[in-house]
Design a binder for this molecule. Structure first.
Ligand SMILES: Cc1cc2nc3c(=O)[nH]c(=O)nc-3n(C[C@H](O)[C@H](O)[C@H](O)COP(=O)(O)OP(=O)(O)OC[C@H]3O[C@@H](n4cnc5c(N)ncnc54)[C@H](O)[C@@H]3O)c2cc1C
Ligand code: FES
Length: 338
């Protein structure tokens, strides 16, 4: 039986849909041109996570990293896996403005520069006339095809689009044995053709109305670099603190860029920490260990976190433990490819 779905967006906009018999909520939204955050469509990435405010759904199998048991108990659903069993009200964790334009598919781009950063990763810069029409919110990501294969990998934009050169950057960690990592390390050449699809995802910088705390694990720094570029361009004055955690000293790949942001944005400060206990660094331990009450401004703070799933979970637990509920909490998990 068809059911009515009300989609409530973060910015107060509501959109109504008819969901056909047996149709998933995400498919119904796409059929009507409402591009709610979506990536794998297989219950593996968590991009489509939303809050079921009223009604009942049947959810097919999904991966626990995409939706934890606690999140499900709190009423969260994956819209790509949920078929309504009644009329429903679903809160989409994104603003309507981010959902009413379709991501662009398979834009032709070429490698403009590829810079290895120590042995742990790469800064990949791609360019192409097709990027002239690309618009994204800092924090969102694109998928890139691995040349010579039909495989795609997700990467957060680590810069805004340089409009003069139609160029954009990604910060990519080298994963031993990884398909994209292997291509970048061994075969990639300036001028190689790739396809870029995006923008995707509901992780992006909301209107900045209070202090910000950015928490990054490894290349989870990438979306924050794009956000900081935007803040610098606007001359934003809200306090911003970033805690960046990496495994080894060699992984502190973007410190020069962070120093440049700190010089240009008087209210921006950052802390780095290394996971390895014996590392020669003033702070060893995981990101969550360096969050202090001072960073939380008594709860009047928007917290953004991005990194591997265990980091996201550890930070959520730490925030619970500190007993301060931030006004806003947004995260992106860098899940392995699915
Ligand atoms: C929304 C989103 C945004 C992302 N943004 C970025 C980004 O900005 N920068 C970035 O470097 N990565 C990012 N990732 C991860 C990225 O999409 C790939 O998963 C990663 O680069 C590995 O791809 P690969 O082809 O090199 O390895 P694959 O061929 O996919 O993997 C090879 C092997 O390594 C394992 N593996 C894959 N990824 C990891 C990992 N991260 N840690 C440990 N083992 C792993 C796999 O399980 C597999 O066994 C993002 C992921 C998501 C979902
Ligand atoms: S799009 Fe639903 S879990 Fe990936």
């Amino acid at each position: 039986m068809p059911h009515k779905i009300a989609l409530n967006f973060e910015d107060g906009v509501t959109r109504f849909l008819d969901c056909l018999d047996g149709e998933k909520i995400a498919d119904a939204a796409y059929r009507r041109g409402v591009n709610i955050p979506l990536d794998c469509r297989e219950g593996a990435c968590g991009a489509c996570k939303s809050h079921l405010e009223a009604g009942r759904v049947r959810m097919e199998d999904y991966v626990e990293d995409a939706l934890s048991a606690e999140e499900e108990a709190a009423g969260m659903i994956l819209t790509c896996k949920s078929t309504p069993l009644s009329d429903c009200v679903v809160r989409i964790l994104s603003a309507s403005t981010a959902c009413f334009s379709r991501p662009q598919e398979a834009l032709p781009v070429r490698i403009a520069a590829l810079r290895p950063v120590s042995d742990s990763g790469f800064v990949l810069s791609v360019e192409g006339e097709s990027l002239a029409a690309l618009d994204f919110l800092p924090g969102q990501y694109a998928t890139l095809t691995v040349p010579g294969t039909a495989e795609q990998r997700a990467y957060s934009f680590s810069s805004l689009v340089d409009r003069a050169a139609n160029r954009v950057e990604f910060l990519i960690r080298r994963v031993p044995g990884g398909l994209m990592s292997g291509y970048l390390a061994e075969r990639a050449r300036v001028g190689d053709a790739l396809q870029l699809s995006g923008p995707k995802g509901g992780f992006y910088l909301r209107p900045v109305v209070r202090p910000l705390l950015f928490l990054a694990g490894g290349t989870g720094l990438a979306p924050f670099l794009a956000m900081l570029e935007l803040l610098r361009g606007r001359g934003d004055t809200q306090p911003v603190h970033l805690i960046l955690g990496v495994n080894r000293e060699a992984d502190l790949v973007a410190e020069a860029r962070l120093q440049a942001f700190a010089a240009a944005l008087p209210a921006f400060t950052y802390t780095t920490c290394l996971a390895t206990p014996e590392a020669p660094h003033p702070r060893t331990g995981f990101v969550h260990a360096f969050i202090t009450p001072e960073h939380l401004h008594g709860g009047d703070v928007d917290v953004y976190l991005c990194g591997p799933p265990p980091m996201v979970t550890a930070v959520e637990r730490t925030l619970d433990g500190l007993g301060t509920r931030p006004a806003g909490l947004y995260y992106e998990k860098f899940l392995a490819s699915h």
